[in-house]
Design a protein around this ligand. Structure first.
Ligand code: ADP
Length: 543
């Protein structure tokens, strides 16, 4: 008979992250730029006690274990209290992206059957408009004090957040229950078809937070000051609200103020050391610091993911501003962290340029995530850095199904990511494309990311997107859609010539079109779907 370990069994509870933060780093600040316009300061200890009051208030509203609680809110301390008050008391926190189309928001709320919706002041008009279409929603809570409550509203079930908390005494103990119980739900952006709900458990969330904080992942410490630019409605701000509590660091919450100037001021005023967000956001910040000849005094590291980080951005941050870029890959179905770009000891003596080359890749998987690449027939491909195949993953914080969907998404026990990638002998994974964005030219594949990365290094280019355009001979050929930097001049011919020697000749884009703006999805990624639609009748000069 096997000998069993004799260790305590303690379920991994999200509330334990917060109680730990309150006990050991209780005086560490959570600073928020509020929708109201002012700055607000609180601490982990206060967030913990207010979360307990929130748990009491939710029980008073009649919510029961497993009920879903929706949020339509920016990054801020009240949203943090909701994360913990909801999940900690056995309810399920359902963050919703307010930038989605209103019909999509309604669809998601109805699919999740949210009983309550917490909403920030400047998103309230959306909820007022959608309310008649949301039959499961019994209460709407406006995240503000009484002074900001609207005088008139058609809603009969509207509550004031601060009033709800003020009515409670905080005499509440966080319950312990099955660590596999649902803690939160996040819907995929649904670039194709309806959005799908990924249901995270307490266990998966705590394990993900531990992995996210590790030195070769986000490397979070109690002495850090972290500003999550990535919204709390985008895969739980990549787990930062949990990982930050685990290590007890200071959090700086930017609210909806995500333009370059606002971010820069927050970075400086609050002495931010570390941040995280999608590439688009950093374009705005870098433009602002460049145009105003500014430097960062404390900002040291940024995690960039959600879409491929252009190599030129890594170099600008590191060479011009001394900010280390950690390129990360993940997705909603992975809570989201899968891989991060970090060097190994054998790379220590490489020249900077060679190191940056390695860091352009999406990186190595963290412990807890296994990955493999397979060909069209499901055969596993080698890790040689050349063979490109469908990326599949499995691990402690990977979904094994979707909310309200019977059919399993798994393939042979693995989750197919929809991304195409290579993995090299050292385990560095590189995304070549999303399978639906690959440009298929005469049976050969061209990586849209490779084409974009070249132009993003051109001094006149602000943003570039590569899409497949119909070609009578090759089926598809690459078309570049480009936004110029303010005041910059460059011709189509110059940009096409810029590809010389940087990619195989046959992959050179056939055409370039200039636009004022490239459309982005609700999570800040380039909307290839919209671009393909807009340029579906574009005639290539080579056609
Ligand atoms: P959605 O899939 O709903 O758009 P996610 O945020 O879950 O929203 O997106 C996950 C996808 O984003 C990945 O499958 C991948 O295609 C892309 N992605 C994320 N990080 C990176 C990265 N560092 N490089 C390239 N693509 C990335």
């Amino acid at each position: 008979m096997s000998l069993m370990g004799q260790m305590m069994q303690m379920p991994l509870m999200i509330s334990s992250l917060l109680t730990h933060a309150a006990r050991h780093n209780g005086d560490i600040e959570i600073v928020s730029k509020r929708v109201e316009g002012d700055m607000h300061r609180t601490t982990w200890a206060e967030v913990e006690s207010r979360s307990r009051k929130l748990a009491q208030a939710l029980a008073r509203l009649g919510l029961q274990t497993g009920d879903r609680v929706g949020t339509l809110a920016w990054n801020g301390y009240r949203h943090l209290e909701i994360y913990y008050g909801v999940s900690g008391s056995g309810l399920v926190c359902h963050t919703i992206n307010p930038r989605l189309f209103p019909q999509q928001v309604a669809w998601i709320v109805n699919d999740a059957q949210d009983k309550v919706i917490f909403v920030d002041l400047n998103i309230f008009p959306l909820v007022e408009k959608l309310a008649p279409m949301l039959p499961t929603v019994k209460h709407v809570v406006l995240m503000c004090g009484r002074e900001s409550m609207p005088r008139e509203t058609a809603l009969t079930n509207l509550h004031c957040y601060e009033d709800l908390l003020a009515a409670e005494d905080g005499q509440y103990s966080w319950p312990t229950f099955d660590e596999n119980a649902a803690a939160s739900i996040c819907y995929t952006s649904g670039t194709t078809g309806n959005p799908k709900g990924a249901v995270y458990s307490h266990r998966s969330t705590v394990l993900h937070a531990m992995a996210a904080a590790l030195p070769d992942a986000m490397c979070l410490k109690a002495t850090d000051v972290v500003l999550p630019v990535v919204p709390m409605f985008h895969v739980n701000a990549w787990g930062i609200p949990y990982a930050a509590a685990l290590v007890g660091c200071k959090l700086v919450m930017p609210g909806h103020h995500l333009d370059g100037a606002s971010l820069y001021n927050l970075f400086e005023e609050e002495k931010v050391t570390m941040s995280a967000g999608v590439p688009t956001i950093w374009l705005g910040l870098l433009n602002h610091v460049k145009a105003n000849n500014l430097k960062f005094s404390t900002f040291k590291t940024t995690i960039i993911g959600g879409s491929a980080c252009p190599p030129a951005m890594i170099r600008t941050f590191e060479n011009d501003y001394n900010v280390e870029v950690i390129h990360a890959w993940g997705m909603t179905e992975l809570s989201p962290i899968g891989t991060l770009g970090r060097l190994k000891s054998k790379h220590a003596d490489l020249p900077t340029e060679a190191k940056q080359k390695i860091l352009e890749k999406q990186g190595k998987s963290v412990f807890g995530i296994d990955m493999r690449i397979v060909d069209g027939d499901g055969h596993v491909l080698p890790w040689d850095g050349k063979a490109a195949g469908d990326l599949e993953v499995r691990g402690h914080w990977v979904v094994n199904g979707y909310f309200n969907v019977d059919k399993s998404p798994l393939h042979d026990g693995w989750f197919p990511t929809g991304d195409v990638a290579t993995i090299d002998a050292d385990g560095y994974m590189q995304i070549t494309d999303r399978s639906k964005d690959v440009i298929k030219s005469g049976g050969e594949w061209i990586s849209s990311i490779d084409l974009e990365n070249v132009l993003m290094a051109h001094p006149a280019v602000h943003e570039a997107a590569a899409i497949a355009c119909f070609h009578p001979k090759w089926d598809e050929r690459p078309l570049m859609v480009v936004v110029k930097k303010p005041g910059a001049e460059v011709s189509k011919e110059e940009l096409i010539a810029f590809y010389d020697g940087k990619i195989p000749k046959w992959q050179t884009p056939d055409d370039v079109v200039f636009v004022d703006e490239i459309p982005h999805t609700a999570t800040g990624k380039i909307s290839k779907l919209q671009l393909r639609e807009r340029f579906k009748d574009h005639k290539l000069p080579t056609a």
